[in-house]
Design a protein around this ligand. Structure first.
Ligand code: IDP
Ligand code: MG
Length: 137
């Protein structure tokens, strides 16, 4: 079974929609294989988003990701990476298709409710960044 990493970002945690977002995954055959609520440090956020370090919004992205707790999950299922991206919707909620998580719960391109791995290879790297093997069950 394919695995992917999902993060419910600080904006969605503050809105108390953790359960509603998890329901989107469970209702679409993505099983929660690991889950924890974490306050990321600046170093955590910088390391996790290192691929974006040259982008103009990197500083704002890091500040946003440490502005409150996040919920980090490993999701498992057929085509988990692509399925999660479909459920999330476009990065900019204004462009996200109706019924997607970002269309329903995100406010802006930076406060956009969820993160999801963009490839099988990155999913493995991101899962290893946050979880020990014994936490994935
Ligand atoms: P993704 O989350 O849909 O994969 P990426 O391009 O990987 O989108 O960007 C990572 C995150 O950086 C986005 O989810 C969003 O929070 C933030 N971001 C992306 N583009 C912008 C922008 O133009 N301005 C501010 N934040 C952005
Ligand atoms: Mg991305």
């Amino acid at each position: 079974m394919e695995k992917t990493l999902s993060i419910i970002k600080p904006d969605a945690v503050k809105k108390s929609v953790i359960g509603k977002i998890v329901d989107r995954f469970e209702s679409n055959d993505l099983r929660v294989a690991a889950m924890k609520k974490v306050q990321l440090s600046e170093a955590d956020a910088k390391a996790f988003y290192a691929v974006h370090s040259e982008r103009p919004f990197f500083g704002e992205l890091v500040e946003f990701m440490i502005s409150g707790p996040v919920v980090i999950m490993v999701l498992e299922g057929d085509n988990a990476v692509a399925k999660n991206r479909d459920l999330m919707g476009a990065t900019n909620p204004k462009e996200a298709a109706a019924g997607t998580i970002r269309a329903d719960f995100a406010d802006s391109i930076d406060a956009n409710a969820v993160h999801g791995s963009d490839s099988h290879e990155n999913a493995k790297i991101e899962i290893d960044f946050f979880f020990a093997q014994r936490e994935i069950v």
